[in-house]
Design a protein around this ligand. Sequence first.
Ligand SMILES: Cc1cc2nc3c(=O)[nH]c(=O)nc-3n(C[C@H](O)[C@H](O)[C@H](O)COP(=O)(O)OP(=O)(O)OC[C@H]3O[C@@H](n4cnc5c(N)ncnc54)[C@H](O)[C@@H]3O)c2cc1C
Length: 401
Amino acid sequence: MAKSYDLIIVGAGMVGALSAVLLAKSSLRVALVDKHDGEHVLSVPPAYDARVSAISSQSKSLLEAANVWQNLPSGRVTSYDNIVVWDGLGAGYIDFNAGFAAMPELGDLVENIVLSQQLMTQIKHNANIDLYLGNGLESYELSESGATVDLLSGDRLVSQVLIAADGGSSSLRSENGFETVEWDYGHTAIAATIEIDQAHQNTAWQSFGEEGVLAFLPLPPVNDRHFVSIVWCVPPKDAQQLTELSDDDFCRRVHYAINKRFQVVGITRPRQAIPLRQRHAKEYIKSGIALIGDAAHTIHPLAGQGANLGFADVKALVEVLSKAHKRGEPLGQSKVLRRYQRARMLDNMAMTAGMEAFKRLFSTQQPLIVQLRNAGMKQFDRSLGIKKKIIARAAGLSSFS
Ligand SMILES: Cc1cc2nc3c(=O)[nH]c(=O)nc-3n(C[C@H](O)[C@H](O)[C@H](O)COP(=O)(O)OP(=O)(O)OC[C@H]3O[C@@H](n4cnc5c(N)ncnc54)[C@H](O)[C@@H]3O)c2cc1C
């Protein structure tokens, strides 16, 4: 006997999990499927995890609506009210302060595992969601009238629509012929947690230099010890070398790459190396299926926007599908799903283009461009109006579309 739902979501990462909770709150019946068994998010580990996300105020509101934010464990969230960016090859410097935009903070930093754990808690307590973890799709059929899915476990699920939240390497995207525009960024991100010698001042520090793009993202202090999560984007051959260094040598390299602003006391969480690829689906929908989050678009992490864009997809999808449900429209119809695509595509494309331009501008070490870049940064730092607009955009309080 097939089990019947309004939606089947494939992928219980942060984006798929949040969409499940918010769609279920709109009284939709949801099946959430993931190939992993979810063991790793059963509890919050005592030490800071290497993967963290900068969460915008729009994303925070969505996580509050999902009852997730207010239940995050205390001591695992850090607000930051300042971002300082500088050019390691010159004197160019930009300071983004929450005060410029009359905001109390620019955003919050949270470990991905902490968010996922709380999302999973909400899912388990929600009678409108059935979880199929440690499971995959054996086969499926899609049409305007819905989706029929056979899971590896032998369960058969039917629904009005299938939501692909299965990440950057989405097999649902490729199996269903969604074309993408994509290229290699020529960067690998190294993520780790390090201890530093002084307070981070609730500031996110980011250096663009010969040694790549290095961000210091503030974490809560513990017993007067100071921690930051680092995301260090370097060419793949350098990443290979950096991951093979001893902890002491790695810490020394980080100290130089951050222009000696901080002494690095030690590394407290193993280094992870993540190859970076820009990818954008030319369409997010077809009859019976919609792509969300990294399945639809992946961008360079230098501005910490990937998950925020995914959460904005969730907001649009929930609005479109809950309205259509109330009107009695079939949720898998292209006509309905196109409303979601219209709401999101331009904004995602604009952010992708912005990241690419930024990455290219800072990838070059040509003296003339470096000189112009530094002069431009100084000029930019004095342009309060532009900085205010960028802060509002990064917070998700305005859009490009
Ligand atoms: C170094 C780094 C730093 C970043 N920092 C930030 C930041 O500060 N702020 C920010 O907003 N974003 C940031 N991002 C981006 C952010 O991490 C991603 O955009 C976000 O995690 C994507 O979430 P997702 O749920 O769409 O995909 P994923 O997290 O990839 O989840 C996909 C899920 O689908 C499941 N799955 C895959 N295939 C199948 C299948 N066939 N069947 C069943 N299940 C399947 C997987 O098990 C997984 O659980 C960063 C990215 C990187 C690499």
